[in-house]
Design a binder for this molecule. Structure first.
Ligand SMILES: [Zn+2]
Ligand SMILES: [Zn+2]
Length: 319
């Protein structure tokens, strides 16, 4: 796709810039406009201006997944341009009312993380952290809800592949010459299988890592020469990168099994402390999400026993 231009939009997060892709064809399409901030908006406008466009020219905004570094400014872009916003059905609740989603997550995860061994003195801090970033996203109305297999005619045809795991409602967009992966496949970091509430049952958590690995397999062998990720440079060997990430998680699963065999029973928090010593509070939620993901894999493989005593859950090797 010669007509694809990448704009690096600044974010307030450690991950750095987010990639907004500009597709010209039947009108002007943006894949992930970036977060809502003056800096981000300026970078987006400057990137469009380089090609002779302005924000008002945008016809379509595609959202790869409902994280604010990707979708935060979608509402403003749509307001200014009248663009149609497209996102997966499972992302709609997050996008249309991010505050309500934040409250659902707080309600579920504060007690849940304590049951996973997180000290109570830390749970409030860990759960409240995302509040700091509220300003970086605005609620956005989704004009077109996408499901797996849908096609979007943006001059180039884009096929929607449903890839949940890093986030609910995560999708990749497949064009002839590139796969737009959002945070499902990144070249330089292993995407975090963040826990959240289930789109179909907000009282239950997602099993994010098992979902993620299944969805990673769905893009194996995909017919595209390059992946254009949400952060960092294009990935030219998609299958090679998929294999690397799958192997990384298999190794981590074995490491957790070995730990439990040596030191179990352990809580998920104990395991997190062993895997990632000295994690700052800001990284505890992603760290515990990852650990719980590996414990979920071991549970799915019938390799652990799970006990609950006085509201605290411990894991041990089975057999
Ligand atoms: Zn993300
Ligand atoms: Zn991201």
């Amino acid at each position: 796709m010669d007509d694809c231009h990448r704009i690096g939009v600044p974010t307030p997060f450690a991950v750095g810039r987010v990639n907004c892709y500009v597709l010209h064809g039947d009108g002007l399409t943006l894949v992930d406009p970036g977060p809502a901030s003056a800096d981000a908006r300026e970078a987006l406008a400057a990137g469009l201006a380089e090609e002779g466009y302005e924000l008002a020219d945008v016809d379509r905004v595609l959202v790869t997944h409902p994280h604010m570094d990707h979708f935060g400014d979608a509402a403003s872009v749509a307001e200014e341009s009248g663009a149609t916003v497209c996102a997966h059905t499972d992302a709609v609740g997050w996008l249309t009312d991010p505050d309500a989603q934040f409250e659902r997550e707080q309600a579920l995860f504060e007690p849940f993380l304590v049951s996973m061994g997180l000290p109570e003195r830390l749970s409030d801090t860990v759960i409240s952290l995302p509040e700091t970033y509220r300003d970086f996203r605005d609620p956005v109305t989704v004009d077109r809800e996408l499901v797996d297999g849908d096609t979007i005619d943006a001059g180039v045809e884009l096929e929607v592949t449903y890839t949940p795991g890093h986030a609910p409602g995560s999708v990749c967009f497949l064009a002839d010459e590139a796969l737009f992966t959002g945070d499902h496949l990144l070249g330089h970091i292993s995407p975090n299988p963040l826990l959240t509430t289930r789109p179909d049952d907000p009282d239950e958590r997602t099993r994010s890592l098992p979902s993620y690995l299944d969805a990673l397999e769905t893009i194996q062998g995909v017919d595209a020469p390059v992946a254009r990720p949400g952060h960092g440079d294009p990935v030219t060997d998609i299958d090679g990168r998929v294999t690397e990430i799958l192997e990384h998680h298999r190794e981590r699963e074995e490491r957790v099994a070995d730990l439990l065999a040596a030191e179990g029973p352990m809580t998920a928090y104990d395991v997190t402390q062993e895997l990632f010593p000295d994690l700052p509070a800001t990284e505890l939620f992603p760290g515990m999400s990852e650990t719980i993901g590996h414990l979920d894999l071991l549970e799915d493989d019938d390799r652990v026993t799970i006990e609950e005593t006085d509201g605290v859950v411990t894991y041990d090797v089975a057999g």
